[in-house]
Design a protein around this ligand. Structure first.
Ligand SMILES: [Zn+2]
Length: 117
């Protein structure tokens, strides 16, 4: 990859990062602990109807896998950005070969080459 291609991917990663953070903010708040974790905000318990409460809990639980997936994606994006800064971006974590630009332009935070993923 040349510098221009890396710059393009870096821009893409930064765009993805800010849109992911916005999405996460819609149903989560950033943890005060500086480890980059996000906690889903538990919905306010209003009304005394038990069924209603159960529904709210169910809705909350169904959001967790989505939040978790976004969190992982955000984490991988941050790792990729760190690798760009350190000049070791685009190498497969498994075999050390260069990951193709085509694959990176599709998923810029990818960690493995086509053969290993
Ligand atoms: Zn590989």
């Amino acid at each position: 990859m040349n510098k221009k291609q890396i710059e393009e991917l870096k821009e893409k990663l930064e765009e993805n990062k800010s849109s992911l953070e916005k999405t996460l903010q819609n149903f989560a708040k950033k943890d005060d602990v500086p480890k980059g974790d996000w906690d889903a905000v538990f919905p306010k318990q209003e009304g005394s109807d038990m069924d209603e409460k159960a529904d709210e809990v169910e809705e909350y639980s169904s959001l967790l896998p989505v939040e978790h997936a976004l969190e992982i994606k955000l984490r991988n994006i941050n790792i990729a950005l760190k690798k760009i800064a350190e000049g070791r971006y685009g190498k497969c974590e498994n075999c050390g070969k260069e990951i193709s630009y085509k694959k990176l332009s599709f998923v810029p935070e990818t960690k493995k080459c086509r053969d290993c993923s």
